[in-house]
Design a protein around this ligand. Structure first.
Ligand SMILES: Cc1cc2nc3c(=O)[nH]c(=O)nc-3n(C[C@H](O)[C@H](O)[C@H](O)COP(=O)(O)OP(=O)(O)OC[C@H]3O[C@@H](n4cnc5c(N)ncnc54)[C@H](O)[C@@H]3O)c2cc1C
Length: 391
């Protein structure tokens, strides 16, 4: 067996938990060290695009996860008045890639992933602060003064990763220029059926129906970083900001409780040149956090794990597997990060002239051109990239 010593995973997010499941499938007992005292996904939903569903299939958990959410029939980008700017042909995507886009509540996904890992392999309240190499092994030090040692370290502690910053000094999060609010609310009175994102002159608003008669929504507004005024905003200020947006946006905001609001500045990390460092590997947001404009952050974390398992199955040593992983992943995750950053800038335009020009171009652009970005993301087989060239 390739991994014959202890495998340490730092971070119990989607990347860390999927990695523990993937390794478990290979008969490897990986231990997850998580800073939080309880592991539960935050109260928001997210979309898993066709590529993520394909990666979950490689990990053998797609069918079970499919039962916890629902496939999206359509997803439109709209203008402030509700007119369609982009309507990707979900039918052609489904036919082409034999997968559909999927929406799920984070807490449901987390609960499921956790249920697949023995409790004895999950260690909570463990905030990793640094690592140190010794011989072929690695020691991880935690804020509580304890440490663990292992043969392999998977760094999956998200965009703020301290261990990444030790590996790549200066790789600190960068602010995208807009702040975001999210919440999940009841859908009984609104009866939202379709997912959409609205681009207006006072920010963006996205909404998606979830199973269990719930709606997941998010709103992004341009702001300086850590803006103390916006940090104090409640649904009253949000409703005032979006009151001229099309229905049911004002109603959704009016029906949201302040206590359900989650707010955070949108950040990513500038694309890295390296993900593999001998027996240490950066996974998920720790290695390639992206702005959420393509809805690909978690999708790429899951792809990471599928590719890693593939390489571990084939390689003759851990450093070799990690290096090959890096070759297969770097170009794709960096493309997504850069593209998402650019889309975010355009989507957040506030000047009426720029908005008018943008919306006109989006309306008259042929559908095939509009779908190019999506096709580039989905048509590339992430399980194959660079594989033959490297061997
Ligand atoms: C507003 C918004 C909307 C999004 N929408 C989508 C979407 O629709 N689709 C999509 O695919 N992605 C989306 N994403 C991105 C997605 O949330 C992330 O890419 C994904 O959660 C990354 O998973 P991860 O496991 O790599 O990192 P995280 O989810 O950040 O998990 C990291 C874990 O490590 C723990 N941790 C942190 N520091 C330490 C430490 N020092 N020691 C130990 N543990 C630590 C954290 O508590 C956490 O549990 C969105 C992101 C945002 C902000």
């Amino acid at each position: 067996m390739l991994v014959d010593g202890t495998c340490i995973i730092v971070g119990g997010g989607i990347a860390g938990l999927c990695a523990a499941i993937g390794l478990g499938n290979m008969g490897i007992e990986a231990h997850v060290y998580e800073s939080a005292s309880e592991l539960k996904g935050i109260g928001a939903g997210f979309g898993l695009a066709a590529n993520a569903m394909q990666a979950l299939e490689h990990l053998g958990i797609k069918e079970e996860i499919s039962l916890l959410g629902h496939y999206l029939d359509s997803y439109h980008v709209l203008d402030q008045g509700g007119a369609i700017l982009v309507a990707p042909s979900t039918q052609s995507i489904s036919q082409k890639y034999q997968q559909d886009n999927f929406a799920i509540h984070r807490a449901d996904l987390h609960r499921f992933l956790l249920s697949k890992i023995p409790d004895s392999q999950i260690h909570l309240g463990k905030r990793a602060v640094s690592f140190e190499r010794e011989g072929d092994g690695v020691h991880v030090h935690f804020a509580d003064g304890s440490q663990v040692s292992g043969q392999t370290l998977l760094v999956a502690d998200g965009v703020h990763s301290l261990l990444r910053q030790q590996l790549v000094p200066g790789s600190i999060p960068r602010y995208a220029g807009y702040t975001c609010w999210r919440a999940t609310i009841d859908n009984s009175s609104i009866q939202l059926k379709e997912g959409s994102e609205t681009w207006g002159n006072k920010g963006r608003f996205g909404m998606t129906p979830l199973v269990g008669n719930r709606i997941y929504w998010y709103a992004c507004i341009n702001s300086s970083p850590q803006n103390p005024v916006l940090k104090r905003w409640t649904t009253t200020e949000l409703l005032d900001n979006f009151k001229h947006y099309h229905s049911p946006i004002p109603t959704i905001l009016a029906e949201t409780r302040d206590s359900d609001l989650i707010s955070n500045d949108i950040i990513d990390i500038a694309p890295l040149r390296q993900l593999a460092f001998d027996n240490i590997l950066l996974l998920g947001d720790a290695g390639h956090a992206t702005t959420p404009n393509l809805g690909q952050g978690a999708c790429q974390a899951i792809e990471d794990v599928a590719v890693l398992m593939d390489e571990l199955n084939m390689a003759t040593s851990i450093p070799q597997a990690f290096k090959r992983f890096e070759k297969r992943r770097l170009e794709r995750v960096n493309y997504i990060c850069n593209t998402s950053w650019k889309i975010g800038k355009i989507a957040q335009w506030e000047h009426p002239l720029l908005i008018g020009m943008r919306n006109f171009c989006m309306k008259v652009m042929p559908n095939s051109l509009k779908q190019q970005q999506l096709n580039k993301l989905l048509s590339v087989d992430f399980m194959q990239i660079h594989r033959s060239a490297d061997r």
